[in-house]
Every structure is written in C-alpha cells, then in structure tokens.
Write a protein that binds this ligand. Structure first.
Ligand code: F58
Length: 834
C-alpha cells in the first residue's frame, strides 16, 4: 500500500489547492511565478527569457511528475510486462510545446504567461532541442515513445545521454559548416538524474576460468578499466491519458575507486586523465555515414548503454521476482537497428556469469526477449566490428559470441549437412578476408522477431539482405511499416490546419488518425476548401518570414513551395532535384515567355561531416540558387532556398508550409522514409519513386493523387545487371546534356571551373544511384505537377484527399502492430489520485 493511501486511511485528506498539479490558467500562472522565484532565484525585473522558459518548463514538469509517479506505482503493483526500446539515438525535439499539447493546457499556459507580459511562442522558441540522433532512425524512436505512452503501454526507452548531439549547421559561402551542439549549456529542466541507480561497466582486460562453489567451470572477466553509468530520466507523457513512461539515458562517469588507485600512487594527473577518458564515452553522437570500422569509441558507446540498460532491467525485475527465469515474460526488448545488438551477448553474460544460470536456460530467455528492426539495406551501413578491436574492448563478450555462433552453426549443419557456403554466410563471424563480428547476424540469431520498416523494405530484407536467415527461420520475419506521431507533427506544429480539421470532424483524429477519412465528406464544401487554402497560405507566409530572416532570400508565399528536407545523401538524390531546377532555368532563359507556376525550391538537411560528396551537393544547391535567384530573365519565377540547420524544431516550421514533397530516392534504397508521411499529413502532395513507404502512401492516397516517376527496384537491379551506362543516357538527352555541361564548365562556380567535377564524374562514369536514368521521367513528372498546381481547385482537392487518407501512417498504428505481433503486451490504465 502506498504512503498516500496509508495517510488517507488515517485522517481525512487535507483540502489543499492543487499546488504543482492544477491545470487552470490561474494555477499555472501561480506556479510559474513560484518557480521563477524558487527554482531560478529570479524576480521578474531581472529574469531573462531563459529564466522564464525554465520556470514554465518546471511548472509543466511538476504536472508530468504527478502522472509519472502514479504510472510507476501502478506498473510496480501490477508487475506489468514492459517494452524496452533500445536505441543509440532518440531525436526528441523540444519538449515544452509537446507536453502542453499532451496535457491539454496549451491555451491555459499561453494565457498564464501572457498575464506576465510574455508570449508563449517566445518561451517555446527558447528551448534548445536535444538533438540526440542523426535523422529518421532517431526520430522514429521518439515517435514510438510518444505512441507507447499514448496507447498506455508500459515502456522504457534506453539510450545514451550525449553531451554533444548532432552538430548545428551553418551555411557560409554556400558550404556547410559544422558547429558544436551545446544543448545542455543553459540547463535541461526535463531530465532527472538518478545517481543512486548507477552501474559499473567493464572494458578491456582478459578473462579467466574458475570453479564455483558447485564445482562448475565459470568465466570471469578481469577488466583493465571500469566506467560508471548514471541514468538521466526524461518523462514521456501520453496524449490525454495519465500514462507517463520515461526515457532513461546513460551518462559515463569515472569510477572513484579507480581514481583512488591513481591517487594513492601519487599519479594525480593520471587519475584526472582516467576521469576524462571515462567521460568521453558519452561525449558525442557519431554522425552517420562514417564507417564503423575502427571506431573503438562507438563500440564502447554501444556496449556501455546496453550493459547499463540490461543491468537496470535485471534490477527492476528482481524487485518483484525471486529469480530471472521469467525475465523474458517481464520484458520485451526491441533493438533499434544493430547499434544495441551486442545486448544479445551481454544478456547472456549477465545471466550466466553474474547470475549463475545454465547456458541453455539463459539462451532460452535471451532469444525470447529480443526483437530486431532493420533500417537499411545499404551494404556500407551494415555494422561489423573487426575481431581484434572487439576482442580488445569486450573480450568476454567475444567468447560468448563464439559460443552462440558455434551452437547456432551446429544447428545449421544439422539442417543443411555439408553446405559450407551457407554456413559461411550465416556465421556471426565474417571470415572472408579480415575477420569481423557481423552485428546483423548476431541480432537475427538472438531475436524472436526481425522486421523491416516498410512493405518493400521488409521484402528486400528477406530476399536480398538476409535471405539465408529467412530460409532458416521464415517465421521470424515480418513487416512493420513506420509511422509518425500526429501530436507533434500536426497538433503542435500545424495549429491552423489542426483547428480546421477539428472543426470539421471533431478532435478524436489526434488519437485515432484513421478518423481523418471524415474529411472526404467536406470535399464539396467551398468554405471549407477555401479555409484549407488559407491555412496553407498562412503557414507559407510564416515560413517566408523565417527564410528571409535566416537566408536573406525573399520567397513568394503565392508560389509553389517544393521542398526536399532530409539528410543529404546521394541515394536520396538531392542532385536530381537540382538537375530539374537547372532544366527549368534553361527553359526560362531560352524562352522567357515559358509559362510555369512560380516555384520556390526549398532544401534542408545536414551532410555527415566526413561525406565530401554530400557537402558538395549542398554547395551546388547554393551555387545554383545564387545564379537562379539573381537572374533578371527568371525574374523570381523560380527561387532556390537552402534552409540551414534542418532539425526537429525547424522541421515543425517546414512541413506545414509545403505544397510539394520530394521523395525521390533510387528505388530500393530508402528503407521507409518518415518525412514523406509528415509532409503528406500536412497537406503536401508527393512527387516520388516506388521506394520505401512511398508505395504504401500512394496506395492509401490513391494513384491519382500522387506524382509517380522513375525506375522500379527490379528495373534498377536489371539495369545494373545489364551494364547500365550513364554516358549513353547523357548523350541521348539534349536538355540533360546541357545541364551537366553547365555544371562541368563552371557556370555555377565562376573562377572555380572544376569545383563540381567530382559530382559530374560520378554521374557520368558510374551513377550508382541512377540519377541520369531517372532524369527524363522526373522532369516530365514535374510538368504534370506544374499543370496540377495551376489548377488550384484540383490541387486543393488532392491536398485534402492526401490528408484524409494518411491515417494509416500514425505511429499509433505502427506501435499497435508491434504490440500485437512482436511484444505481446497490453495497455495498463493509470488512474490519478491526488
Ligand atoms: C532511416 N535510417 C532510414 N539511419 O534511412 C529511413 O528510410 C527510415 O525511415 C528511418 O531510418 C526509420 O526507419 C537512419 O536514419 C541512421 O541515421 C543511422 C544512424 C547511425 C549510423 C548509421 C545511420
């Protein structure tokens, strides 16, 4: 029985005003002022905007804690089965606005701060977002945490508390410049450190065997270095429910006893160094597209957070259970790609070495605990660790992986006697040239379920990526098409459209996105359609102002906003978009009377710091922009904008203002995409290839409401097999020829003729992403887009239909599928008592 209830039974409850939990504007205002005083130690005359932001954030956090404590208590009493989402990245975005929406107190908070002479928007803007992820994979983890809480599923997110998240991007002279992200500089009111729940993590050293008290041979790991993992918890509230789950991120610290050893020998600086190296583990997020090989620190990061998380889960389990036998019934762990896959071996180590279970029993638990989600087919992104590196950092884990592998390969041999090639392909150890640990193989062997993130991708996982595993365990494989949260990406970021939708169909759509279908009944309602257009226009006006402020470029809100915002990568083909822009540029200059709908081409996205060609694409976009934006003949009919620093906060401004969403990856290369969903949900139409979730989006919204072009996955593969020659395509298409020649001749790089040569050469001599092959179809499809946009009524109609039919792409639907098919977990209703 809880302390509060004990208290209640003894004496009647005190009639206290709901300090720290009240939801009225008045209660919020009172606590806001209190927090300014007691948390920030400020009075209004000297308080900074950040003080006010923090005071409001604490006011909201108090309300979250109320939910959180009730949730934790209920889960504990009920011994609820819990989902643990393990991910090296959580790209959360700012918390304040999202929490206000979820608590249903956005307007009340706005009123409360207004009474203090402040604007809620300014305080929201003050929040530095936690950029603890690179892109889609990290953002998906954040959307899933939101949906888990909203669906009232007991869940914990486990990850890394990077001190420096993804870099901030500035554009100087058209080039990307990376600036260190310092998200913690002004404090983080959303996290609560829990130093009392910390764990020690071993690294390096060697192993030895010994005999235990039952005379069993056991292994012991003697590390040469131990690091402490300290958790920082961030509550994750569900939408209009009482559930508050949490994200537990681990920070690395030095272990004192090790410091003492150095101190005792008088090695003061050695001790300080030890502290610094320990803390390094969680210093910085690795940007993607850097090959994992040789990245010792990254392997250390992965093992560090995974071991902390598993030790924490064991601790939680043993609070209410006598043994670890039922661990897999208490927890379902999802591995967000292979970054946490070392967990398979670590759980075995903890169960066998630390908790004395027999191998078979431990393996039964382990392989019934994990699920593995794959997010990429790109061979260079498949994680593998050189054996020597792995052995040096995690010697005991490597022994365990060998044992898992040897037992697994015995099973394979029994099923396919003499098939040594198959054994080589399935082995967790790659012995081709250098030796590696293949993390995807470890994840497959150690998981009950393996899934891809769109229908096409899940098929390709079965047929191309892991065909041998699919042969061996077909029942393990399934598809879970991604989804996005309508709370952040509609209700919060697009209040105009959200209000209109709510007026038309009520507000249940925010939790049951399928209800958007109700909008189809409004297709003949002229007033509604007019307001739809007005909402989009107002969003575009807002974005125009921001663009002006951040880039100096004046965009016309009446022009079509054609947007490609995502990481810069050759497979995503931002350069195909650029080739189209140059084509239009040439057409307008050749024939100044050419009639087109005015367009603003907007790009956003970061390139990995070490990915030179992606950085060159950014420079090309800006250089073409300079030429186009200043051309008197073009005269503003097309404009090009590179919006710097695409992150969650900026994304929330960009999606609502889009007319056209560019989803133009080479077929078979984008696992799913989630930006495609966010754009469409906000009323943009898509121009896209048959790739990732585009295929399902097109099916849902109707082929007639989607601009399709380009080769299919099969065609891409066939072309490549038949010896695709981009030069032939270049020679055969006059416009393409002209565009490429301009780039090559320095038309966009005056004084630096060869600047873009690496890009041109790659397109002409190999073109692995089939940019030239898809060029003509893309340009033609863009003509259809132009015609559709000029018919405003038709466009609006298509826009409404897109939104109305996007319900399937809610992360609530995706999470419900994971719950039913993989995790087998049920909701737990939380009741709030005062
Ligand atoms: C993305 N992967 C996929 N990886 O590219 C995208 O199609 C999909 O929609 C999304 O996952 C969610 O399923 C992705 O974002 C990374 O950023 C990795 C981070 C760690 C290093 C390697 C890339």
């Amino acid at each position: 029985m809880t302390a509060t209830r004990k208290h209640k039974s003894k004496c009647p409850p005190l009639k206290l005003p709901s300090v720290r939990t009240g939801l009225s504007a008045q209660a919020i205002r009172r606590d806001f002022r209190d927090n300014l005083f007691f948390m920030q130690g400020r009075f209004p005359a000297v308080a900074s905007r950040n003080d006010y932001y923090l005071a409001l954030a604490y006011t909201v956090r108090d309300r979250l804690l109320h939910h959180w404590i009730q949730t934790a208590e209920t889960y504990r009493e009920r011994r609820s089965r819990t989902v643990c989402y393990m991910s090296a990245e959580f790209l959360l975005g700012p918390h304040l606005g999202a929490n206000l929406i979820k608590l249903g107190i956005y307007d009340e908070a706005a009123e409360a701060v207004k009474k203090s002479g402040l604007k809620l928007e300014d305080l929201l803007d003050q929040e530095e977002e936690p950029g603890l992820g690179n892109g889609g994979l990290g953002r998906l983890a954040a959307c899933y945490m939101d949906s888990l809480a909203t669906l009232e599923i007991p869940a914990i997110g486990y990850g890394i508390r990077y001190e420096f998240g993804i870099f901030d991007q500035e554009i100087r002279d058209g080039w990307q410049v990376e600036i260190t992200d310092k998200w913690l500089r002004l404090g983080n009111p959303w996290e609560i450190p829990r130093p009392e729940v910390s764990f020690e993590i071993k690294f390096g050293g060697h192993t030895e065997t010994y005999r235990d008290e039952k005379n069993r041979t056991r292994a012991r790991w003697i590390p040469d270095h131990v690091v402490r993992g300290v958790p920082y918890d961030t509550p994750i509230l569900g939408y209009r429910v009482n559930t508050a789950n949490f994200l537990r991120l681990w920070r690395a610290e030095a272990v004192e006893s090790f410091d003492f050893r150095a101190f005792n020998t008088g090695d003061y600086y050695g001790a300080v160094m030890q502290k610094m190296t320990s803390e390094n583990i969680t210093k910085v997020l690795y940007p993607n597209d850097e090959r994992p090989e040789g990245k010792r620190l990254r392997l250390e990061q992965q093992y560090f957070f995974v071991s902390c998380a598993l030790q924490d889960m064991i601790r939680i389990h043993l609070q209410t259970a006598k043994s670890l036998k039922g661990f897999h019934r208490k927890f379902a762990i999802q591995l967000n790609d292979t970054h946490p896959a070392v967990a398979v071996a670590e759980l075995m180590r903890l169960l066998v070495d630390e908790h004395g279970l027999e191998w078979d029993e431990a393996w039964e638990i382990t392989r019934n605990t994990f699920g593995y989600t794959n997010h990429t087919l790109m061979p260079e992104a498949l994680e593998k660790w050189p054996l020597s590196l792995f052995a040096g950092v995690l010697p005991r884990l490597l022994e365990i992986i060998y044992e898992i592998n040897s037992r697994f390969l015995d099973e394979v041999r029994r099923r396919y006697p003499g098939d040594n090639d198959r054994i080589r392909r399935l082995s967790i150890i790659d012995e081709h040239d250098d030796k590696y640990v293949r993390m995807a193989n470890l994840a497959c062997v150690g998981s009950r379920a393996v899934n891809g993130v769109s229908r096409l991708h899940s098929e390709l996982v079965k047929t191309l990526l892991l065909p041998n595993f699919h042969d061996f365990w077909p029942e393990k494989f399934s598809n879970k098409t991604n989804g996005v949260t309508p709370r952040r990406f509609m209700a919060l970021s697009n209040p105009r459209l959200s209000r209109l939708i709510t007026e038309a169909i009520g507000d249940k759509w925010i939790k049951q996105l399928d209800r958007l279908r109700g909008l189809e009944k409004r297709l003949k309602d002229k007033a509604f359609l007019h307001r739809w257009e007005q909402a989009k226009l107002a969003n575009k006006r807002d974005l125009t102002q921001i663009i002006q402020k951040r880039t100096g470029i004046t965009a016309d809100p009446a022009s079509m906003f054609d947007i490609q915002a995502k990481r810069i990568h050759e497979y995503k083909r931002q350069h195909l978009n650029v080739l189209h822009i140059i084509t239009l540029f040439n057409r307008l200059r050749r024939d100044p009377g050419t009639e087109i709908a005015p367009r603003t081409f907007i790009f956003g996205g970061k390139a990995a710091p070490g990915y030179d060609r992606a950085k060159l694409i950014i420079k090309l976009i800006n250089s073409v922009g300079d030429a186009v934006n200043s051309d008197p003949v073009v005269n503003g009919r097309i404009r090009v904008v590179f919006f710097p620093d695409f992150n969650v906060k900026n994304a929330q401004l960009i999606y609502p203002a889009a007319d056209l969403s560019e989803q133009i990856s080479t077929a078979g290369m984008e696992a799913s995409g989630t930006g495609n969903m966010k754009f469409a949900l906000n009323g943009a139409l898509t121009i896209g290839t048959l790739d990732g979730a585009n295929i399902e989006i097109r099916e849902q919204v109707g082929a007639e409401n989607f601009f399709l072009f380009g080769l299919t996955t099969d065609e891409v593969h066939r072309h490549k097999a038949e010896g695709y020659d981009p030069m032939t395509v270049y020679r055969a298409n006059d416009e393409l020829h002209e565009v490429i020649d301009m780039i090559a001749s320095g038309a966009f790089s005056p004084g630096q003729r060869d600047l873009f040569q690496p890009l041109v050469d790659s397109l002409l001599f190999s073109d692995p992403y089939m940019v030239l092959a898809d060029y003509a179809a893309y340009v033609k499809c863009q003509e259809a887009v132009d015609a559709a946009y000029r018919d405003h009524k038709r466009w609006t109609h298509m826009s409404v239909l897109n939104v109305a039919r996007m319900g399937h792409f809610s992360s609530d639907r995706a999470i419900a599928e994971y719950c039913a098919d993989i995790w087998r977990v049920k909701p737990v209703r939380i009741r709030l008592h005062d």
